[in-house]
Design a protein around this ligand. Sequence first.
Ligand code: BV8
Length: 239
Amino acid sequence: MSTIYRPQSIVILTGAGISAESGIKTFRASDGLWEEHRIEDVATPEGFVRDPGLVNRFYNERRQPIIEQSVGANAAHIALAKLEREFSGSLLVVTQNIDNLHEQAGSKNVLHMHGEILKMRCTQTHKIHDCSADIESESKCECCQMAGTLRPHIVWFGETPLYMDEIYAALSSCDLFIAIGTSGNVYPAAGFVQAASQAGAYCIEINLEDSQVSDYFDEHIIGKAGETVPMWVEEVLSA
Ligand code: BV8
């Protein structure tokens, strides 16, 4: 990594690729999640209204391994948690992922812009609750004691991502932006590199291959996140 200076403020965007080596499926790979389900059916509010059982089953299947802790943080998550502990400047991890692997690795300053699979939301009161079991149509909500009002606390297509003000504030003031394991297909996350670059940040993309937005980055580190991220973190900490 040709970091020519000591960064003071780092924003890191992670996508499904950082969790791939933990055994969690990505979306757009040949065996990805979208190969098995149409986005319209399982990741839109319209799909949930049409068939809440199908959508709940889609997320129940993805939540189970995380509840059972049969999937764990990998070397990339662990390296980012080390960076948060040892880096003298400011660090924010913005993740598109709904798993809790950054937190399992010890990261504290994490914004889940697409929600969290271990949380659910009451559609009547909009209160957010922890979710440590399957959501079924007869699941009773703890705030309104009614069945059928719960949904995953997930941002679906057509819904507004979370923490956008904090994210854009961090992008406008960072001097180093890193995107790890994201294909650059989904906005507004895919546009974050442009916001960071326009604010003068040096932008690095860590991925197995080029993404849809690779042209906006100053540097590309090609390889598996579990190998490339720990090396990159050591270079930043020793700079
Ligand atoms: C919104 C739900 C308005 C949870 C997800 C232009 C501007 C604004 C919006 C739009 C726009 N054009 C279209 C839109 C609408 C839409 C959109 O972007 N559609 C796409 C399909 C064109 N966006 C929205 O609807 C968003 N909302 O825009 O509201 C707004 C806008 C701005 C401000 C306020 C309001 C809401 C989008 C959220 C949708 N929910 N998920 C869930 O089920 O998980 S998105 C879904 O895809 C995932 O959550 C994931 O976050 C996201 C992106 O996928 P990736 O993480 O990149 O994963 P992918 O499989 O694609 O790629 C993996 C990458 O990893 C690959 O590059 C691969 O090479 C790499 N990799 C694999 N293994 C490794 C690796 N890299 C390193 N190491 C490895 N081992």
